[in-house]
Design a binder for this molecule. Structure first.
Ligand code: TRP
Ligand code: SF4
Length: 400
């Protein structure tokens, strides 16, 4: 019923590094060519855990947007915006909170996990408990159909689906819905209405998912049906009412293979990162001083790539041929570690060159970034208002 729309958000945690690039941003850059995409800075989400250090948020927001642009996220293809500049997210969050059982929030795994992990922070707050619901509002307000996230976020998307279902169940009942749906069926024409009824029966009586899918695609193809009727017939398939909020699908992005400088996962908290816009000289220095196989003390000692953090970088950056050269060179002591590191250094610098070039333009003229975000916020707000009109109406708030 709704065309595919991709939405994802990132908390403004400061400058991004190559782990973010390989884990998330490269994926966004690809998606923007395939789908309508919305990408936003989740600054309110940052406040749920960092409410006592508000002074860092602003700088982090702009640094992160420049990193997105540097990585190749293209404002001509995707809508880029900031959550707090589209206040309707907060309105939907509040309205959804009316129907959200506390137990559902308490059972989201990240709630207890993060409280334990970030034990130095006081996270027994209303805002932190509501984190997944705010995320649901972010997604549902755009009727996003696909949400690319890492595996840790999958429970939040599942939670969002449950909230959408509950909302539709409670508010999707229009007076005279059944009669209106029956009238809409007649408008399909005699042959198609027979097929629709048959598929609907098969789904409702036997839970036949294939029949459900077939009925949905039948509706998708109807061009002479009004949007309202089409929505009713979608709702009528699955039970009672109208579908006001649509359930998003999770698009799991594969965990980033990007290792850190010490062989652990690249992460700011391990202090083992190369930032997206790291200076050339620092990239060189960081790779040159990276630890290697500890058994390779002298140049003449053969090494074992399996025990070397640098080897992980070859797996990300080198082709077959270079890897073979490094592998043989290492295990036979034919090359030194600095020789082995050089192709990795070259590959990282080549990857970063276009990023530096794009970033330079935005660093020199910050108003460019402000304008991109202003345009994106305006567009996002328009889309959000479309959903909010339906939500307010469904919840009895459309009086003036
Ligand atoms: N919780 C997400 C994270 O920490 C960020 C986020 C907020 C998000 N709202 C979203 C991601 C909506 C996808 C969709 O990574
Ligand atoms: Fe690591 Fe390469 Fe040195 Fe072998 S030669 S230990 S793979 S850096």
């Amino acid at each position: 019923m709704f065309a595919d729309r991709v939405l994802s958000g990132m908390r403004p945690t400061g400058g991004l590094h190559l782990g973010h690039y390989h884990g998330v941003l490269k994926n966004w850059v690809e998606l923007q060519h395939q789908f309508e995409c919305l990408f936003f800075v989740a600054d309110w989400h940052a406040l749920t855990t960092h409410y006592d250090t508000p002074e860092v948020i602003e700088q982090h927001v702009w640094d992160m947007v420049v990193d997105w642009l540097a990585a190749g996220v293209d404002p001509a293809q995707a809508t880029l915006f900031i959550q707090s500049k589209v206040p309707a997210h907060a309105e939907l969050h509040l309205l959804l909170s009316m129907i959200t059982p506390l137990g559902w929030l308490e059972r989201v795994p990240s709630y207890k996990d993060q409280q334990e992990k970030l034990s130095e922070r006081e996270l027994s707050t209303y805002g932190f408990l509501g984190y997944p619901l705010l995320q649901s509002a972010d997604i549902l307000i755009y009727r996003a159909t696909r949400v690319p996230v890492g595996e840790d976020q999958a429970p939040h998307i599942e939670f969002t689906r449950e909230i959408a279902r509950r909302f539709n169940h409670i508010y999707g009942k229009e007076t005279g819905f059944r009669e209106k749906a029956e009238m809409a069926i007649k408008k399909l024409g005699s042959k198609k209405s027979r097929v629709y009824r048959e598929l609907r029966n098969r789904y409702q009586e036997h839970g036949d998912q294939q029949a459900l899918a077939a009925a949905k695609s039948l509706l998708d193809e109807q061009q002479n049906l009004s949007l309202g009727d089409q929505e009713r017939l979608f709702g009528y398939l699955e039970g009672g009412g109208k579908m006001i909020l649509s359930e998003p699908e999770v698009m799991l992005s594969l965990a980033s293979k990007m290792p850190g400088l010490d062989g652990q996962k690249m992460s700011k908290s391990y202090n083992n990162t190369i930032s997206l816009r790291e200076d050339e000289a620092d990239v060189i220095k960081k790779i040159r001083t990276m630890p290697t196989d500890p058994a390779r003390v002298r140049r003449s000692d053969p090494g074992d790539p399996a025990k070397c953090p640098l080897w992980q970088f070859h797996l990300v950056y080198s082709n077959e041929e270079t890897r073979e050269w490094a592998h043989i060179g290492c295990t036979t002591a034919g090359i030194g570690c600095l020789d082995c590191k050089q192709p990795v250094i070259d590959a990282i610098l080549a990857e970063q060159k276009p990023m530096h070039e794009r970033a330079r333009m935005y660093e020199e003229d910050p108003t460019l970034v402000r304008n991109i975000i202003a345009d994106g916020c305006e567009r996002a707000d328009e889309l959000a208002q479309e959903t909010m009109r339906d939500v307010r109406e469904a919840m009895g708030l459309d009086y003036s």
